[in-house]
Ligand binder design. Structure first.
Ligand SMILES: Cc1cc2nc3c(=O)[nH]c(=O)nc-3n(C[C@H](O)[C@H](O)[C@H](O)COP(=O)(O)O)c2cc1C
Length: 434
């Protein structure tokens, strides 16, 4: 395959050296196209030695070759890693004032971006908008991860590991081939917008075609009396996003929704491959998830289930005036452990995924709590997300670390719930393929 590796000017340029080596060692033809600023971080000599091709940022150099057109037309993928805020903005705007910008416009190959920048830059509305624009045009965005940044800071903005960018690139190329992607668009003489749409569908390739996925979402409500309940703040957004992403990638989906608002379910309800089963309590949710899990390839428990429920449910509303001034005492009994039950019933090849919303003072404690839960439940994957008064719940964004059965972090991402769902589906597809 012909890979164009664009490198823009951030500290993470040094990590792109490892990425370049991965492509070369896997037998791909690699052309490195750094920006002028990137050459301040890692010099042309390094890129030329690794790729075996001359390296320049100039569009006017060797003008007789019209390099940007040749590079663009021959590319099977254009990968930009690291993608600075500035490079992302230029790519979104279609600015073509250097070899990378011109090559990116002269290609119909899929575009894969690995952003790297400080958290504030990543979260700035200008960057968010540019990223969304590129994504809408079919670009695949890998990461960024959350972790240590330049200096003492840490947070979302760290470039994903070279291995992940490498794997994502191969996946995108494979998906584009499978769907006829860039090559078919080329042959049909489609315009650049169509080619972009081709790589967009690659992003949603049917990696779960023929699979069945059972997802639970929302939060259970355990009635105290006809008007009151013990509940939690889970909105069901993450589960709905996972169900939709799975359906968009070819799966047949059952979404067991515990007290999820209609607006949250509107988009997923419209998908023909999704069946929604509404439930109220933990016991109802267990029953429906046990049914849904039969024949499912993936079981995802995002629902927040009450650990305890009132031992008795009053037939009539508890009335303060009738309590004689005393506070009511509500005795609780333990609810069934639904996740552990699904793990116990797991059939061969079935992937069971849990979610753990945890409050923790720091990352180490968060992972410690996650690993403890992973061991206790025996799930294949556990997505741990920090929650608090202002984060995690009722928001369109989320931050997760996914632990595998050995407690290793196999995915770490902070993004919109839809973006996280897309990353999770890729992970599930990879695991099912093993
Ligand atoms: C030490 C250093 C590190 C930088 N790291 C980043 C970075 O990680 N991400 C980013 O968007 N910009 C970073 N910048 C700023 C970019 O280098 C600057 O925006 C530049 O114009 C980007 O040019 P380019 O996108 O053409 O490569 C850094 C600057 C310096 C001096």
């Amino acid at each position: 395959m012909n890979i164009v590796l664009g490198v823009s000017g951030g500290i993470a340029a040094y990590k792109a050296v490892s990425l370049a080596r991965l492509f070369v060692e896997a037998g791909h033809e690699l052309h490195v196209v750094p920006t002028a600023n990137a050459l301040e971080f890692v010099g042309a000599v390094t890129w030329e030695a690794i790729s075996g091709h001359p390296v320049t940022h100039e569009v006017n150099e060797r003008a007789d070759e019209v390099r940007h057109v040749r590079l663009g037309q021959q590319a099977d993928a254009v990968v930009v890693a690291p993608a600075t805020a500035s490079a992302i903005a230029r790519l979104a705007a279609g600015i073509a004032d250097d070899l990378l910008g011109t090559t990116a416009l002269a290609t119909r190959a899929p575009l894969i971006l690995a952003p790297a920048m400080h958290t504030e830059m990543w979260e700035h509305p200008a960057t968010r908008r540019n990223v969304e624009l590129l994504r809408e045009r079919g670009a695949t965005i890998v990461g960024p991860d959350s972790g240590r940044l330049t200096g003492a800071d840490s947070g979302p903005g760290r470039m994903s590991d070279p291995e992940r960018i490498f794997a994502e690139t191969l996946r995108v190329i494979g998906a584009a081939d499978a769907t006829g992607g860039a090559a078919a668009a080329d042959a049909a003489g489609a315009d650049a917008a169509d080619a972009g749409a081709g790589s967009g569908s690659a992003d949603r390739a049917a990696v779960l075609a023929g699979r069945r996925v059972a997802v639970s979402a929302g939060g259970t409500r355990e009635p105290i009396d006809p008007v009151r309940f013990i509940g939690n703040r889970s909105s069901g957004r993450q589960g709905a996003a996972i169900a939709l992403a799975a359906a968009e990638r070819g799966a047949d989906v059952i979404l067991v929704a515990a007290n999820v608002e209609a607006a949250v379910l509107a988009e997923v309800r419209a998908h023909p491959a999704v069946r929604i089963v509404p439930v109220g309590t933990a016991v109802e949710l267990r029953h429906e998830m046990e049914e849904a899990s039969v024949g499912s390839d993936v079981i995802v428990m995002t629902a927040a289930v009450a650990d305890f429920r009132p031992a008795t449910v009053e037939e009539l509303k508890i009335r303060k005036a009738e309590l004689g001034g005393a506070a009511p005492v509500i005795e609780l009994v333990e609810n069934p452990d639904i996740l552990a039950g699904l793990v116990a019933q797991r059939t061969a090849g079935q992937l069971v995924v849990g979610f753990a919303a945890e409050t923790a003072d720091d990352e180490d404690r968060l992972l410690e709590l996650g690993r403890e839960k992973q061991r206790r439940k025996g799930v294949d994957l556990l997505a741990v997300n920090p929650v608090g008064w202002t984060s995690g719940f009722e928001s369109d964004r989320n931050s997760i670390r996914v632990l595998d059965h050995e407690g290793a972090v196999v995915l770490r991402e902070e993004a919109s719930k839809a973006e996280l769902a897309a990353s999770l589906i890729e992970l599930f597809a990879q695991r099912l393929g093993r």
